[in-house]
Design a protein around this ligand. Structure first.
Ligand code: 44T
Length: 899
């Protein structure tokens, strides 16, 4: 080691030829050797340090050592990650990027770590950089698409394409500026559009703030491109962190904002405006003020000026099946012992704060439609120009509304929307009937029993504002003068607590006779009312458990479970029979791979005496993500030991309860992730050293409609772990698609030109975040024209995972003329040669996805379209062209490449 005084200075070091310094060379070569040795010994931390030293001292070795260095870094990062040393992990990546600043693989990997830890903005930056360095790097592309969906949410495209909305905002802003509001702050500027409107209208000073880094950077680019760089000061800040004069020199006369979500208050508009009135806005206008004055305003105001919130009770099968258990039995299992299962969306009076009070749906597109059970009612009026009112919202008394039921049906949810009053003359509505793209807020009913309403009933709803969220809670139904409480913890109906014999029955738990128009009670209604009165006593709380909406929808899917039951039955019966036959011939080791457990033929009797009862067992492994009943269904077949991947202890408890109630011995159900070693948690393993699996269930399609990441890797591993005759479920998935023309999909994926954005140049910037694959689609209600029949696009064979192709050309005949803008796709999931389930079926918990074609393709009826489909890992891409060859004579031609 050279001593400190002779150590070269940093600046000179690079100019020096290492050959001139034998001591350094010696150090480099010894360190390199140590690095390689440590790598061999899987001591990645030490290897990493040695590599750092080597490459800092001898940068010319970078190309030579790049691959091993990356490998070491990734392994070491995984180790650091598994022990929670997050800071060290990022330090290592930063050191690595100092050495290799333009290494797309390191950038992409760092992005993945950042994304997993929730630093989405930073992750996006890394994926973006990696992609710029190597535009055809599929991993970075897939990752970028994933974050793009998070960072620039799809509503940005919808909003910017909504010319009506943009024009209304523009006119309101222009009017305000003309009337003297010439200092403006745009809170949550997004792409900068409202700020630019203010500038264009002639405002002297315009400020804008945006809390998302990605959106802030985008706004800066857009404002510059529109020649307003000097005219709008954009801050990367949350408005509540802004101060006068630090961030803006003085208070402003106008705040413009559209920080509202489907439930109005979800983006924090109440807190932002309270803060703005106290710190950023001039004092509010007094009634006596001359609002027509052309002088610069000395008072402040807000656009939008206020809002009116509306609600309505609805019946919707789609909402019901995602939030409540609607079946009492699936796949041969009785679910009575499950306790109360509900979705994470709950707005009951005692709902805990971790639950979301509402979810969102576009009712006009909800599969199966919806029925309005009441007229729309006014739930709240709010004046954004009245700070006292804003401050009083949370302490406002709960408002109790009695809503006349106008239509017979099941009460599944309260739907909420609002009118945003931009000023006194102009407003926007987000209602379900309006021609808008906005979703409505949905407050699902969590009552375990269905609540059948009928005209004449009154629904009692409490409206309040807690934690700055609007809360609507259905309290009770008044029928014939009797009040029937709807709290999930209050038993209604004739059931005993803890049982749920037929929750899908449409009969109300409430009194059964039809409501009479006269107040005179009939003997029947008297009896029922008396019953209802008796039954509104407080029942002991049932065990409750929260499941994701898609998990509840899956539980409600009878066909899915029935199909699995059938396929499991075929497999397990066949295997058990084969075992019986083979043991009749002589003791045969079921694994054949492990001869150590085979007793010697000469000692059959002794072996029989010492026979392990587990020898005859079939082993079933379910590696589905989330809650799954399949292991229980398998364990109900005799001689099966089933392993579940359910991790949450609450969910395991539900499965244990169900096992007990369905006659499954506790030893026949294991939770394998409980046993997995911490360092190596999710790796597929043998059930025990000398056993192989009879069946492995893989979760192949995500709820959003995409193939699960790393599916094929898992499938090849799974098929290696099967005993003879064993099976991977599903054995095969077939991807289907259809050519469609859909303007809606285009509007959701990219800003279409400058025209809808008031002539501002925004599209090229926001469209960098265009993602060609749309997820969570409801194909059955998508506004589109079908331009072809459905066609098979791809087959993935999970039993022979290595033989799958990655590229395929499919010829599709156009059945109508039009513009092919997208190809929605879905899957037929084949459990075995006879049984399959479709992700397109009505009761599916899966949604569909679609590739938006760029560019779209004009077709005439009868044209053959050649679709090039590519599957890289789990991401699908497609392009289309008119097939000029005459393909009409043949069947769809297929070209394929194997991976
Ligand atoms: N609403 C559409 C648009 N932000 C959602 O980071 C409107 C949806 C909509 N920045 C129904 C109706 C409608 N300080 O980029 C985002 C966000 C940013 C802030 C700085 C703050 N205090 C905030 C708060 C939010 O503002 C941007 C827009 S917020 C989301 C708007 C008819 N459903």
């Amino acid at each position: 080691m050279p001593n400190a005084s002779t150590r070269p200075k940093r600046g000179r070091r690079t100019r020096r030829q290492p050959r001139e310094d034998p001591a350094r060379n010696e150090l480099v070569s010894r360190s390199l050797e140590s690095a390689q040795q440590c790598l061999f010994n899987q001591d990645y931390g030490t290897a990493f340090v040695h590599y750092l030293l080597v490459l800092n001292l001898a940068p010319m070795l970078k190309d030579f050592a790049r691959e091993s260095f990356r490998f070491t870094l990734f392994k070491w990062a995984d180790e650091l990650d598994s022990v929670g040393r997050v800071q060290d992990l990022f330090n290592c990546f930063e050191q690595a990027l100092e050495l290799f600043p333009a290494d797309e693989v390191i950038l992409n990997s760092m992005g993945e770590h950042l994304f997993r830890m929730g630093f989405r903005d930073e992750a996006a930056g890394h994926f973006h950089k990696a992609l710029k360095l190597k535009p055809d790097y599929p991993e970075a592309r897939e990752n970028f698409y994933r974050v793009a969906n998070w960072l620039v949410e799809r509503w940005h495209f919808l909003m910017l394409n909504d010319r009506g909305r943009n024009q209304k905002y523009q006119q309101a802003i222009q009017k305000a500026v003309e009337r003297g509001c010439n200092t403006v702050l745009d809170i949550g500027t997004g792409t900068g559009i409202l700020g630019m409107c203010a500038k264009k209208a002639g405002a002297a000073e315009v400020f804008a703030c945006e809390l998302s880094k990605t959106m802030y950077e985008l706004a800066c680019e857009v404002v510059t491109a529109n020649g307003m760089k000097g005219g709008i000061k954009i801050l990367h800040k949350k408005s509540m962190d802004m101060e006068v004069p630090k961030d803006i020199p003085h208070r402003v006369s106008l705040v413009v904002t559209e920080t509202v979500d489907a439930g109005l208050f979800g983006e924090g508009i109440i807190e932002s405006l309270i803060h703005a009135w106290h710190h950023l806005l001039l004092p509010p206008q007094q009634i006596s003020d001359d609002i027509m004055s052309l002088e610069p305003s000395k008072t402040g105001r807000v656009i939008p000026a206020g809002a009116t919130v509306f609600g309505m009770a609805v019946e919707s099968v789609e909402i019901r099946r995602h939030h409540r258990l609607c079946v009492s039995e699936v796949g041969g299992l009785s679910l009575g012992a499950a306790g109360q299962l509900h979705s994470p969306v709950s707005c009951t009076a005692d709902a805990d704060d971790s639950l979301e009070p509402y979810t969102t749906e576009r009712l006009s597109r909800i599969p199966g439609g919806y029925t309005a059970l009441t007229e729309p009612f006014r739930a709240m009026d709010i004046d954004f120009n009245n700070v006292t009112e804003l401050e009083g919202l949370s302490s406002r008394e709960t408002q109790r509304l009695h809503l006349p039921v106008t239509q017979e049906g099941n009460l599944d949810a309260l739907a909420v929307w609002f009118q945003l009053h931009l000023d006194q003359e102009s407003s926007l509505s987000t209602g379900p009937q309006e021609d808008t793209c906005w979703e409505q807020a949905i407050y699902p009913i969590q009552n375990p029993n269905s609540v059948a309403l009928r005209p004449g009933d009154q629904l009692v709803v409490d409206v309040s504002c807690r934690d700055a969220f609007l809360r609507l809670c259905s309290i009770s139904v008044v029928r014939d003068g009797h009040e029937i409480r709807l709290d999930p913890h209050l038993s209604v109906g004739t059931q005993q607590p803890g049982t749920n014999p037929n929750p899908t029955a449409t009969a109300a738990p409430a009194p059964t006779p039809a409501a009479t128009p006269t107040p005179t009670p009939t003997p029947e209604s008297e009896l029922c009312s008396a019953l209802a009165g008796l039954q509104t006593h407080q029942s002991p709380p049932r065990e409750t458990c929260v499941l994701e909406c898609s998990e509840i929808a899956l539980l409600n899917n009878r066909h899915y479970h029935q199909s699995f039951n059938q396929a499991l039955d075929t497999l397990l019966t066949g295997l058990a029979l084969a075992k019986e036959n083979s043991s009749a011939i002589g003791p045969v080791n079921p694994t054949t791979a492990t001869s150590t457990t085979t007793p010697s033929p000469s000692s059959t009797a002794a072996a029989a005496a010492a026979k392990d009862p587990n020898d005859d067992l079939l082993y079933f492994l379910d590696v589905s993500e989330g809650f799954s009943l399949l292991p229980l269904m398998a364990a109900r077949h005799g001689h099966v030991k089933a392993y579940s991947s359910v991790e949450k202890s609450q969910h395991q408890d539900v499965l244990r309860r169900l096992a007990g109630a369905n006659g499954v011995h506790e030893k026949r159900l294991e939770f394998w992730l409980n046993q997995a070693n911490e360092k190596d948690p999710a790796v597929l393993k043998r059930p025990s050293r000398e056993k192989l699996w009879s069946a492995i269930v893989l979760d192949c399609v995500e709820t959003c409609g995409l193939i699960r990441q790393r599916l094929m890797e898992k499938a090849s591993l799974a098929s290696c772990l099967l005993e003879e005759g064993g099976r991977v479920f599903p054995e095969r998935i077939v991807l289907y698609g259809m050519l469609v023309e859909s303007d809606t999909l285009l509007l959701e994926s990219a800003v279409q030109g400058q025209e809808p954005t008031l002539g501002f140049n925004i599209a090229p910037f926001i469209n960098q975040f265009t993602v060609p694959v749309h997820v969570f689609l409801d194909f059955s209600t998508l506004d589109c024209r079908h331009l072809s029949e459905s066609v098979e696009l791809f087959v993935l064979d999970l039993m022979k995972a290595s033989a799958n192709y990655t590229n395929r050309e499919v010829k599709v005949r156009a059945t109508s003329s039009g513009r092919v803008t997208a190809v929605p796709f879905w899957y037929q999931i084949h459990l075995d040669p006879e049984v399959s389930v479709s992700t397109l079926s009505q009761d599916s918990h899966w949604k569909q996805a679609a590739v938006v074609l760029q560019p779209s393709l004009e077709v005439r009826a009868g044209d053959w379209v050649c679709l090039a489909v590519q599957l890289h890992k789990s991401s699908i891409s497609m392009s289309a062209r008119i097939d000029s060859e005459d393909a009409s004579a043949g069947l769809p031609a297929v070209a394929m490449t194997t991976s």
